[in-house]
Design a protein around this ligand. Structure first.
Ligand SMILES: [Fe+2]
Length: 203
């Protein structure tokens, strides 16, 4: 028999995903043109990311969409039992076959919205096959070829994972300060990161 606590948790899980969906529909995330193998689409990473030519740090999405980041962190706190540093948000994004180079170990993946099709297809290894990720899935699939099957309707998904080379960076949080949602990096308000070459004296 399904316990009352389990039913309550499922309901809360659905409510928080609905809240995330509402926020994404209010203001869709931008199209990402830097996904060479999986293709262009609305897919953005929050939390720690690799940055071209720069050391890994928090993605600018954390301070440009602090309320969305707050909702993601709250969902993670309540539902994601694996360690993670980063969250990729996909909005109606049909990822082509790819491997995720920057991920370490297991990922937590959940799909939501109102859609048909859109299974996660794993093309190799022991998890080969189609996976309906509306039931959250925890697996180490980032290094094997995977893609999203064609779908109809609105499909959203979140992937919680650990980014390589993320050690030593301060913890993130989002707080409501002086009437607005604010991103904090290690307890310090952060609305941008200095370029490491800024102020460097030329010799
Ligand atoms: Fe992926």
């Amino acid at each position: 028999m399904v316990s009352q606590t389990h039913k309550l948790n499922l309901r809360q899980n659905r409510m928080s995903l609905l809240e995330i969906q509402k926020e994404l529909e209010r203001l869709p995330i931008p199209i990402n043109k830097y996904r060479p193998s999986s293709g262009d689409g609305r897919s953005q990473a929050f939390g720690i990311v690799n940055r071209r030519c720069l050391p890994p740090d928090y993605s600018r999405n954390c301070w440009t969409r602090p309320y969305l980041y707050h909702l993601l962190l709250e969902y993670g706190k309540a539902n994601v039992k694996i360690p993670y540093t980063s969250i990729t948000v996909n909005q109606n994004y049909q990822a082509g076959p790819h491997r995720d180079k920057g991920n370490l170990g297991e990922s937590y993946l959940v799909g939501f919205g109102d859609y048909n099709g859109g299974e996660l297809e794993i093309h190799e290894g022991p998890l080969t096959g189609l996976h309906d990720v509306r039931q959250p899935m925890v697996a180490d699939f980032s290094k094997v070829l995977h893609s999203v099957r064609v779908f109809e309707g609105k499909r959203y998904s979140l992937v919680f994972y650990t980014s390589k080379r993320s050690e030593g960076l301060p913890e993130p949080s989002v707080e409501f300060i002086e009437g607005k949602w604010t991103f904090l990096r290690g307890g310090v308000v952060c609305s941008g990161l200095p370029h490491p070459l800024k102020d460097r004296v030329k010799v």
